[in-house]
Design a binder for this molecule. Structure first.
Ligand SMILES: [Zn+2]
Length: 507
């Protein structure tokens, strides 16, 4: 099987050539892999009078109805509905294929049977992290596992990571895409990588020990966890020299967060660190990356792997594909996957400036890029927009604004009811740590002004904490993910649910 990772030709094709190649690959993929072997898409295509022959170009994609999260959730009639999306070839159908017959003649039947088994049998899974809905499993065959390395290896390649460098992967150990994706990155590119399992497995202390012992050039982490680890290193007056690249995923990476992480690295003895933000999701089995940039530089956008899948940006209202450079909802279609396969999957995530095909200003690659801010929609849709004290607040925006506020270190928003009475008014409390030489009084004023001017919200309390208290509040090392928004209201959206979950599962 040709290995496109080692074939960089796609990085240099222009838009038309890329889309032409994508169209051919899409047609063959539907014809040979999806339609014969996916129960869901076999039925869906039949219902709409569609066949593989109708889909030969990227423009033809829009004939295929969207798939959404709801299509994957179990129903009473079909409690194992996600299995309808798993490609399940009939051995007899495969063995009749001329290419298979030829391979069997050349290499022997037993070996080809084993190869087909490795290509098609699911042996691995990751899942989404929905709290309000069942987690949705995505199954992988060996073919897909190889693609984890292919995709994450490209992150390492775009980062310009050298063979002799060392990486530490601090993504939380769980059956989630982020941890496993980056686990395979070092293996794919033959670069030393330690996966610590993140805070819950080793605590901030254990991760710091690993960093000081192994002296990595590359740290891979969720941004908030990395912030706490580096902050603790500063408190302990450690020296961490030689850090070159921070690969961030699993959450958005606002400019303010980039600046704070850069400043902490500098304090620790690693000036000029570069940051790579990644974007991915369970359903794609891929994550994509920006070029490494110094904090404060305009992010260049996420390089997509045009040979491995098609990302469309659609108008979320009409479902029509947007022209290049226009924002909208991100929709995913793979071109070479086995196991669980979704076509035209609506992520619910919004990309601000859509797709560009211009060469990347940093590296010159011609891969299409997703440009602008990405607003991730939750598995828990209700918490993206919350009515707080009678005002609708977009938490994506609120989080971004707080992350960008100078002088504010870590923070947590707490929603509660006065006196824990479900009928009482909402209260919003902001817990903060200061950074640099910002005073608590000054920060208090700045936060009130920001919340009032941009969100029409007046917080009840702003409480300043030490870094250690904040680590406890955010459950660093206890929860899989740091809790930046907690809902402690006794009724309605449910006690203790974290709005932090809006960022879904992925790296
Ligand atoms: Zn680039």
């Amino acid at each position: 099987m040709p290995n496109p990772a080692k074939n960089p030709a796609w990085q240099h094709l222009d838009r038309d050539a890329t889309r032409a190649a994508q169209g051919r690959r899409l047609h063959r993929y539907l014809r040979d892999c999806v339609l014969p072997f996916s129960l869901h898409y076999k039925n869906l295509f039949a219902e709409h009078g569609l066949a593989a022959g109708d889909i030969r170009t990227v423009d033809d994609l829009k004939k295929i109805p969207f798939t959404s999260k709801e299509d994957l959730l179990p129903t009473e009639d079909n409690p194992r509905r996600t299995l309808d999306f798993v490609l399940k070839p009939e051995p007899a159908a495969l063995s009749r294929r001329p290419s298979v017959i030829l391979r069997a003649l050349l290499r022997g039947k037993a070996r080809v049977r084993d190869e087909l088994d490795r290509e098609w049998r699911p042996v691995f899974m990751t899942s989404t992290t929905g709290r309000s809905t069942e987690p949705v499993p995505f199954l992988y065959t060996q073919h897909d596992i190889a693609h984890l390395g292919l995709g994450s290896g490209r992150i390492v390649e775009i980062g310009g990571v050298q063979r002799e460098e060392r990486m530490i992967n601090m993504f939380p150990f769980a059956p989630h895409l982020a941890f496993w994706y980056m686990y395979y990155s070092g293996l794919d590119r033959n670069i030393f990588a330690l996966a610590t399992g993140g805070g819950k497995v080793m605590g901030t202390e254990g991760n710091l020990r690993a960093i000081t012992k192994l002296k990595p050039q590359v740290l891979v982490s969720m941004p908030t966890f990395l912030y706490h680890v580096l902050q603790q290193a500063v408190e302990q007056k450690l020296r961490i020299e030689g850090l070159r690249i921070l690969v961030l995923g699993g959450d958005k990476v606002p400019d303010g967060t980039r600046r704070k992480l850069g400043a902490l690295c500098e304090q620790l003895g690693s000036p000029g660190v570069r940051i790579m933000a990644t974007y991915g999701f369970t359903e794609a089995k891929f994550a994509w990356t920006e070029c490494p940039i110094v904090p404060g530089t305009e992010p260049p956008g996420y390089h997509l792997y045009a040979d491995q899948g098609i990302i469309e940006v659609i108008d979320p209202e009409t479902g029509e594909p947007q022209p290049d450079g226009v924002g909208g909802e991100i929709v995913w279609t793979p071109l070479d996957q086995r196991g669980t396969v979704v076509l035209r999957y609506r992520t619910g995530d919004r990309i601000e400036k859509g797709i560009t095909w211009d060469p990347c200003p940093c590296c010159g690659r011609r891969l299409p890029r997703l440009v602008g801010k990405i607003s991730r929609v939750s598995d828990v849709h209700s918490l993206r927009f919350q009515k707080i004290k009678g005002t609708i607040v977009d938490f994506n925006e609120l989080e971004r604004a707080l992350d960008d506020l100078p002088g504010l270190g870590a923070w947590q928003i707490e929603l509660r009811k006065a006196h824990d009475d479900p009928l009482a008014l909402d209260e919003i409390n902001v817990h903060v740590t200061t950074t640099g030489d910002a005073s608590a009084g000054h920060l208090d004023h700045a936060i009130r002004e920001l919340l009032h001017a941009h969100f029409e919200v007046t917080p009840n309390k702003i409480v300043t904490h030490t870094a250690e208290e904040m680590r406890a509040l955010q459950k660093v090392g206890v929860a899989l993910k740091e809790q930046k928004v907690v809902d402690n209201r006794p009724s309605g959206s449910g006690p203790g649910r974290e709005a932090g979950d809006v960022h879904r599962s992925t790296p």
